[in-house]
Structure formats: structure tokens, C-alpha cells
Design a protein around this ligand. Structure first.
Ligand code: HEM
Length: 496
């Protein structure tokens, strides 16, 4: 069957092919995307810039060379967003994400953007996020006090922090109001993060994606569906809470928040109920899990490198005013470089294959055959970000100093590398993440609040393992925390 499939489906002739059995073998072993990339794909793609890969029942072209990546993002009328709903319509991912702002194209995408963008790119009050980050520091210290001899697992605390921040910024919900939901939301997100298919399902669905339509035929067939539906129910419950919250007048309503803008559009008939739900689910998942995993990655790297953590703390304590603003955060060079470096080595969306060609296209200047219409094409940010031809021989090391020493140089490098397709944790060009500024601020703010309150280092019993789902970042990371020892620094008081 495999032989027949590979004959029927023809890979792009200009690029080498990763043998189908290797991909399937890796699925069967349940190894992570980063491990599979490092062992199978890296040795070939670093020489050729792109490869043919077996994915979701077809050959797709996966690119890492910057000019190819930039072409995908720049020509977004040719490399059209399709998403799971078009690629694998009966899949669990299609079920949960449906038709939404990230995966849509053309007039539909424009109408979603008009509704959602102003809600994401407005001015945010930093105070609730500062309070949530301070609370995270306290909860880590409390847990450490309960088990002084053991490293503290950081993922639940950070997930709770990410849910708080999302609820406050996009659902117009007070964190205290959401408190009772935390255990359920954290559990549901955790399960989602670990993947929505068993190994057997991943293997089978990669060969015959249509089988997912008959998921009930397989043992544990409902596995992913249950995870997705449970998460969907919870997200909808939280959204309902917003109305109740305002009926109880616990905080003044902010009509510019995403939830209100989406509701208004639905009630006015500009979007269907299905579109309302899909967008809400997509934004919740993108907003919570990406930020959550990047903070995990940053704490892990700073826990390993205590000298860097000290330098960073010194910068925060000596340069950041007590009552700081977003632009004060942008003025800290090492902090900014550390966040960029985290996103370079641990881009949460490690790779996406969610675009297809709307017409035959010459892919790269050195090819002899155009890619036919309807070829699925994807990028691998971890691949490009760790390619020594792009980032030098230390590409796989964590080194914030590579970004430069002053904010102008660092910001210029950040912009330049994105335009050239060398750095794209948020994608780049026309369909870049609408919340990149928000996400960068949240990351910086959380790190500042933690650095001001706690010191941490790695638990030698913990060796880095990665999450198994579609994201890249540490899994079950454990660190030792202690309250920061206040030294003789000209540091501003936390209360000022
Ligand atoms: C560290 C955090 C984040 C990272 C790394 C990230 C990454 C990305 C990436 C790679 C894309 C492009 C996806 C594609 O090409 O299909 C994207 C798009 C998007 N992201 Fe984010 N994201 C983050 C946080 C957020 C947050 C907090 C929100 C809002 C709740 C958000 C909302 C969006 C939206 C609306 C788009 C679609 C933009 C468009 O297509 O017009 N993201 N994000």
C-alpha cells in the first residue's frame, strides 16, 4: 500500500525526499518533532534548503532556507493559507480550530481581521499582568517551601499565569473570577499540549488521513476528540462567564476587548456562530499555550545559566523604574535579547505545513520545475533558527549576546532577520502574528517580576525533555527556587 501511495503521489523533483518509512517509524516511536528533525531532516535539508516530506497522506515541501521561507511568507496570494480544515478536514485539529483568522484567506480573513485586530493591538494596562507574574513567583516559592529538597515543577504555575493573562486581556475577566476554573483549564490544556492522537493513530492517520473520519473504529478512537471537546467546553464556559461577570458588575466593561468585539460581530450577523466559536477557540489556544511554553523555555535556560540570570537581574534592578511602562521594558537590551534568543532556540510553533499553492510557482531561483498547483508547503522555524549557515556555528547554543549590546542594534537585527526569513517565531510579512508585541511585553514583564523576587537554578535530576505535541519547549521542567537575597544595589523599591 505504501509503495502504491508513494507512486501515485509524486514529490517535487528539485528537492530530495525523506523516505516515507523514516517518517512513519518516528511516528511509531513517538519521538518529538525536534528529535525527528535533528536525526532525519537536518542532515539533508541543510544542504538542499527544502525537502519532500510525507505528511497527512501526501508529499509536502518543507523549507528552511531563508530565501525559500521568505518567498512563502511574501507571496501569500500564491502560498495560500489552508489550515487543518482544508488539509485534513476530518481531523481532531480541524474539529477544534475550524475556520478561523489564522487559517483563513482572502475576504474571510479580512473580515475576521477587522473584528479581532483592534482587540489585540490596543493599549493594555500592565498592572493585572504584573500582579499575575508576582503571584507566579509567590506560588513557586510556596511550593519550594513545601518540598525544600526537590525541584519545583514549573509548568502548572506558568500555565495558570498564562490563563490569567489571557482572561484579563482578551476575555475581559478578572483573574479572581476565573480562579475556580484553573485546575480544569490547566488539566485540559496540558492534555492538549501532549497531543491529540495516540501513537497508533498518528501513524495511521499520516498514511490515510480519511481514516480519522472513522475514528470510532480504532481502539481509543475517541482519545483526541474527547480532549478537544473538553477544552472547547471549558473555553465556551469562560466566555459565558464574561456576561455574568458584567451582570455582577465586578469590573468596568472594556468594549474593545476581543470577546466583546467577537460577540458584537456575531450578534450583528457579520460572522456566523461557527466562526465566532472557531475564532475564540483558536485565539485562546494560541494566546495561552504559546506564551506558556516560551516562559517555560526561558526559565529553563536561565536556570541552567545562573551567570546570565545574574546579569539579567542586575539590568532589571538597576535600569527598570519601579512603576515601569511597556517602553521601559523595550529599553533593556539584555532582557530584550534574552526573549529573542528564547524564541530563536525554542520557537513554540516549531513547524507549520498549512499553505498550498494556488498556481504553479517557481520555488527558489535555482529550481528547474515549478511546484504544481495545490502542493502543500511548510516551514520549520526551529530548522532555520538552528542552521549554522544562517546563525553561525553556535546556532544551537543559547547566547543572547549574539543579538548585540544596545537596544538599537538588537531591534534592528530582530527586524532584519525576520524580513530575510532567518527568524520567524511569529511568522513574517503580511500574515505575521497580530499579538507579537503583546506576547513580547508579557514575556519581558513576567521575567522582570520573577527576577526581582526569586532566584532559580536547575534541578540536576531533571534532564531536558520536550513536549510531545505540536509545540517546542520543555516538558515537566523542574527548578529550585529561593527568595532573592537583596544586596547593596541602588535598586528601586518594588512599591514605588
Ligand atoms: C509567544 C507567543 C506567540 C507566538 C510565538 C505566536 C506565533 C504565531 C505564528 C507563527 C503565527 C502565524 C501562523 C501561521 O503562519 O499560520 C501567528 C499568527 C497569529 N497569532 Fe500568534 N503567537 C503568539 C501569541 C499570540 C497571542 C497571545 C495571540 C492572541 C490572543 C495571537 C494571535 C495570533 C493571530 C490572530 C494570528 C493570525 C494573524 C493573521 O493570519 O492575520 N498570537 N502567531
Amino acid at each position: 500500500i505504501l509503495y502504491a501511495l508513494t507512486i501515485l503521489e509524486t514529490p517535487a523533483p528539485d528537492y530530495p525526499t525523506i523516505p516515507i518509512w523514516q517518517t512513519l517509524y518516528d511516528h511509531a516511536r513517538g519521538i518529538t518533532r525536534a528529535e525527528s528533525y535533528n536525526t532525519r531532516i537536518r542532515p539533508i535539508i541543510e544542504r538542499h534548503g527544502a525537502v519532500n516530506l510525507w505528511h497527512a497522506g501526501r508529499w509536502v515541501v518543507l523549507a528552511t532556507r531563508p530565501d525559500l521561507v521568505a518567498q512563502i511568507f511574501r507571496q501569500d496570494d500564491i502560498f495560500i493559507k489552508g489550515g487543518n480544515i482544508k488539509k485534513i478536514p476530518h481531523s481532531t485539529f480541524a474539529r477544534i480550530f475550524g475556520v478561523n483568522i489564522i487559517d483563513s484567506h482572502g475576504a474571510l480573513h479580512t473580515s475576521f481581521t477587522e473584528i479581532i485586530k483592534p482587540g489585540i493591538q490596543r493599549r493594555f494596562d500592565l498592572e493585572p499582568a504584573k500582579a499575575s507574574s508576582a503571584q507566579l513567583a509567590e506560588s513557586l516559592l510556596r511550593e519550594q517551601a513545601q518540598h525544600p529538597a526537590k525541584g519545583v515543577g514549573i509548568d502548572h504555575g506558568i500555565m495558570e499565569w498564562a490563563v490569567r493573562v489571557f482572561a484579563d486581556s482578551f476575555l475581559d475577566l478578572d483573574a479572581e473570577r476565573v480562579q475556580v476554573y484553573f485546575p480544569r483549564v490547566v488539566e485540559a490544556m496540558d492534555r492538549f499540549k501532549d497531543g491529540v492522537a495516540t501513537r497508533l493513530q498518528t501513524l495511521l492517520y499520516n498514511i490515510f488521513p480519511s481514516l480519522e473520519r472513522l475514528h470510532w473504529l480504532l481502539p481509543s478512537g475517541h482519545y483526541g476528540v474527547r480532549i478537544a471537546d473538553r477544552l472547547e467546553d471549558l473555553i465556551m464556559e469562560l466566555a459565558e462567564l464574561t456576561d455574568e461577570d458584567h451582570a455582577n458588575a465586578t469590573r468596568s466593561r472594556d468594549n474593545e476587548q476581543v470577546i466583546h468585539r467577537l460577540r458584537k460581530a456575531y450578534r450583528a450577523g457579520s460572522i456566523t456562530k461557527y466562526h465566532y466559536r472557531c475564532n475564540l477557540k483558536q485565539l485562546f489556544i494560541a494566546g495561552v499555550e504559546n506564551i506558556d511554553i516560551v516562559l517555560n523555555s526561558a526559565l529553563w535556560e536561565l536556570g541552567k545559566n545562573v551567570a546570565l540570570q545574574r546579569r539579567l537581574r542586575h539590568e532589571v534592578l538597576t535600569k527598570l523604574p519601579g512603576n515601569y511602562t511597556e517602553s521601559d521594558l523595550d529599553e533593556l537590551p539584555l532582557l530584550t535579547a534574552t526573549v529573542y534568543e528564547t524564541l530563536r532556540l525554542y520557537p513554540p510553533l516549531i513547524n507549520l505545513i498549512n499553505r498550498y499553492t494556488s498556481e504553479p510557482v517557481q520555488f527558489g531561483s535555482d529550481t528547474t520545475h515549478p511546484l504544481p498547483k495545490d502542493t502543500w508547503v511548510g516551514w520549520h522555524s526551529y530548522g532555520t533558527h538552528t542552521d549554522p549557515c544562517v546563525w553561525g556555528t553556535s546556532a544551537r547554543e543559547f547566547d543572547p549576546d549574539r543579538w548585540g549590546w544596545d537596544t538599537v542594534t538588537i531591534h534592528n537585527m530582530f527586524r532584519g532577520m525576520q524580513v530575510k526569513g532567518k527568524f520567524f517565531p511569529f511568522a513574517t510579512h503580511g500574515r505575521r502574528c497580530l499579538a507579537s508585541k503583546f506576547a513580547l511585553t508579557q514575556m519581558k514583564l513576567a521575567l522582570c517580576e520573577l527576577l526581582r523576587r526569586v532566584e532559580w537554578e536547575r534541578d540536576e535530576d531533571y534532564n531536558l525533555s520536550l513536549v510531545t505535541g505540536v509545540l517546542l519547549g520543555p516538558r515537566n521542567c523542574k527548578l529550585f527556587f529561593r527568595e532573592r537575597v537583596k544586596k547593596e544595589l541602588n535598586e528601586p523599591s518594588l512599591d514605588c
